[in-house]
Design a protein around this ligand. Structure first.
Ligand code: SF4
Ligand code: SF4
Length: 345
């Protein structure tokens, strides 16, 4: 990568909060026991902080602000509407998008988002009770009420459905319902998160059986309450081998084209949300991560607005991240997250 440039930025991905009421089993805010991941701090980006990090002259050059994040649902950010009002007032043509589970907030919240021309993507992974097999704690009727309020107020909504074995037969009925309700788009996604070694059963010789269906255990406290599996047709997808991408292939950074930057609810700035996933329980304390590069004292160099966004994006840490992308192996300095996410083998 040539380098990260503040002037070239076209997209900002904000994590307005780390709060969420759900316990989706594959979410990094959910621990292996189904309880909230205890490493994740409670944090919110206030509207004043967003204004300090993203001044008007930066917003003038942006095409999009995405309200999403790794650890929370934007609808629970106390200043979300104030933040949106600031972004919209700064630039009428700015595309503002938000991802949410939609199972909460009163109707006037959704009406206001529509009025501010925010595009909202609702994560609705099934009809009726099916929704909460994965979106644990979500209420289907509440999501429908939120979407209806938003759409009736003129909002452009997307229905996103992640396919699992348990909802694959509902896709077409969900698509029909989305059309009938006036959703602008219906998006079906498959997740690659099933295809990790630990979700495959062990054979009698102790090795994992990669021809079997991976099964994700779902816990409620100490109790195993469910298993989730991918839809049968995705089993044709070969399991990604991380061991190959650690030390081979080329890193094709996905934020080069979008020229985007990620800002966490703590005000920490990263090139992308993948590098910003610093509390994921399956990656903690492993070598080759961003934490190694920063050391114990390095985080303050990434914290805005104490350090101006320009200084972070064009500073030493971002420069080193870009340089490390050219390394051929993790031993040479390739970051594990860059290898996992963006290596093309
Ligand atoms: S709704 Fe989003 S933030 Fe909340 S638990 Fe599910 S994936 Fe995580
Ligand atoms: S993980 Fe690394 S290579 Fe991939 S988008 Fe992020 S910074 Fe770029």
């Amino acid at each position: 990568m040539v380098g990260f440039s503040y002037e070239a930025l076209r997209e900002v991905h904000l994590e307005p909060t780390t709060r969420c009421q759900l316990r989706c089993p594959m979410c990094p805010r959910t621990g292996a026991d189904g309880a909230p991941n205890r490493r994740v701090p409670r944090a919110d980006l206030s509207a004043a902080t967003v204004q300090a990090i993203l001044p008007g002259e930066l917003l003038d050059g942006l095409e999009q602000v995405l309200l999403c994040g790794n650890y929370g649902d934007p609808m629970w950010a106390p200043d979300l509407l104030e933040t949106v009002a600031y972004l919209r007032a700064s630039r009428r043509g700015l595309r503002i998008s938000m991802h949410t589970n939609g199972s909460g907030q009163p109707s006037d919240f959704w009406t206001e988002l529509a009025r501010q021309k925010v595009r909202v993507r609702f994560g609705i992974d099934g009809l009726g009770d099916t929704l909460s097999r994965y979106r644990r704690g979500a209420a289907f009727d509440a999501v429908m009420a939120s979407a209806e309020s938003f759409i009736e107020a003129g909002g452009k909504a997307t229905w996103q459905l992640i396919r699992f074995a348990h909802n694959a037969d509902e896709v077409e009925r969900a698509r029909a319902r989305a059309e009938a309700m006036g959703f602008a788009r219906f998006v079906v996604k498959d997740t690659g998160r099933f295809f990790k070694a630990r979700y495959y059963p062990k054979r009698s010789d102790g090795h994992r059986d990669y021809t079997a269906v991976p099964r994700l255990p779902v816990y409620d406290g100490p109790n195993l309450v469910d298993h989730l599996a991918p839809p049968p047709d995705t089993m044709k997808t070969p399991r990604r081998s991380f061991h190959k991408s650690r030390d081979a292939g080329t890193i094709r950074c996905r934020v080069i084209d979008t020229r985007s930057v990620y800002i966490s609810a703590e005000g920490l700035v990263f090139p992308c949300c993948w590098l910003g996933e610093i509390y994921a329980s399956d990656r903690a304390d492993r070598p080759g991560q961003l934490g190694d590069l920063l050391g114990d004292d390095g985080w303050h160099a990434l914290r805005a607005p104490e350090t101006p966004l320009r200084d972070i994006v064009e500073g030493d840490v971002f420069r080193t991240i870009a340089t490390r992308m050219a390394c051929q192996t993790m031993h040479e300095g390739r970051l594990e997250t860059c290898a996992r996410t963006c290596a093309v083998v």
